[in-house]
Design a protein around this ligand. Sequence first.
Ligand SMILES: Nc1nc2c(c(=O)[nH]1)N[C@H]1C(S)=C(S)[C@@H](COP(=O)(O)O)O[C@H]1N2
Ligand SMILES: [Mo]
Length: 440
Amino acid sequence: MTPDTEPTPKRQRAEDPIAPVSRRSFLNNVGLAGLGAAAGAVLPLDSGPSPGLTSTAQAQTATPPTGAPQPQGPPPFDYPGKEKGLVVLGERPLVAETPEHLLDDETTPISKFFIRNNGQIPEPAANPDAWKLTVDGEVNNRFELTLAELRSRFQPRTYRMVLECGGNGRSFFQPQARGNQWTNGGAGCAEWTGIPLAEVLQAAGLKDTAKYTAHYGADPHLSGDTTKESLSRGMPIAKAVEPHSLIVYAMNGEPLPNIHGGPLRLVIPGWPGSLSHKWLTRITIRDREHDGQGMTGTSYRVPNTPMVPGGKADEKDFRILESMPVRSIITAPANGTRLPAGTRNVAVRGAAWAGDLTVSRVDISMDAGQTWTQATLAPPRNRYDWNRWTATLQLPSDGYYEIWTRATDSNGRMQPPVAHNWNPQGYGGNTMHRVAVLVG
Ligand SMILES: Nc1nc2c(c(=O)[nH]1)N[C@H]1C(S)=C(S)[C@@H](COP(=O)(O)O)O[C@H]1N2
Ligand SMILES: [Mo]
């Protein structure tokens, strides 16, 4: 099995009575449960959601009529140090996403940060300082450094940067794409402290033949087969030597937690999270593109020529997914919020980011995109930080509203209303995010 290709169980979320439809809707399940509890009886129910643009209210078919048992919210996530509100997308390997409303902090706390594993979670290192990293392949001086040596030989940097799973937004594709059904919560923005990979590669001395990296870590394959890698991805040298590509040992000022790859991981911002190798033990420099677990077939690849949704993939026409597409999320109000009658001004907050690019603007709408209000962007702290944004919406009356957000990147590309460029493993699903609110 290749990463992100694990067969998708029909119902990955126990609380999701009409999984295929509601997962593809714009609702996240927490919000859905919230509306169900707060306002289910007054929301219109529609049994025939149209493909593509399903209105948030139609997605409420998940809510049985009054009198029938109301759907329960997702079972609380039970993992040491993690918020109960994270939503489990898979238990083996452990994958959990952060509902958009839990991404309301400027810096995502560790307790709310999403989790994505392809293999088993290794035991925490007994002696983190003695953790060894090997750099070999197309280098003049193959070397092995402990974490303690790494810290003493090189000068650390701290940047706040978005880490985003390559499959973030996958659940918005129709027909359903293979893999974990992320809504928008396969992303977070933490402060990462580490050593620029460029400096370590410079110390190793890249040969003229150096073209591509290959990453290896200590997490056992899900099957327990020691000859197999859970994941082994790589990138062109040009990306590896960007100043923000870090070998990280601290997250939000704390030693990197085991679940996030501690004691040592890569953080390669802007590109699929799978490059940010956890439990990092070895970087091999290659003279050609890497062919490890997650590099071939349709894994982390998108078609050059738009294909028929659900059709057969011609793998020869696929290229490696590099920079992630522009995305914005509404982090407040939470989906399903009920506001007091008479509320006319609604403060809306969120975040936006754009892979290697920057965000040029964010607009929000409360009338299904007929009119848009431009949000105010806070400047990012550093490259690859997200933009926090705020806006105030004026509502003409009480009633049911959907708030939509769309960001535009520095190349003028805007988030589409529907997931675009379907591909078998559902990369690049960056539809506008929508939340439902009820006033009165
Ligand atoms: N060793 C190892 N590193 C890994 C993975 C993995 O399965 N094994 N998953 C990758 C993927 S697909 C993502 S999106 C990120 C998730 O990082 P997080 O769990 O710290 O949020 O880690 C990446 N690094
Ligand atoms: Mo990922």
